[in-house]
Design a protein. Sequence first.
Length: 95
Amino acid sequence: MARQDTEKAIKSYNKTKITLENLHEYFEYHADGYLVNKKDRGRTAKAGRKTCKDVRKNYAQVLLNGRPEREHRIIWALHHGYWPNVIDHIDGNNF
């Protein structure tokens, strides 16, 4: 039983390990403020399409490696080259 729990934990960790290289491999940012899939990432996330948005708590989310990630954090990481701790939306617009 302990081995199965360990294997589940490793799979869960691998799902959440998202690198900047992964982001550049999966997404392209357009100056109009949206992300486009560079390659197929699942049933609905097809190459060339805008990312599917799941809006929760006023934030657009993208499913990435099995977990939701806020779209504005992905855009920040693509543009600046690192994951932000906090993003201050000065204008109050979360999108």
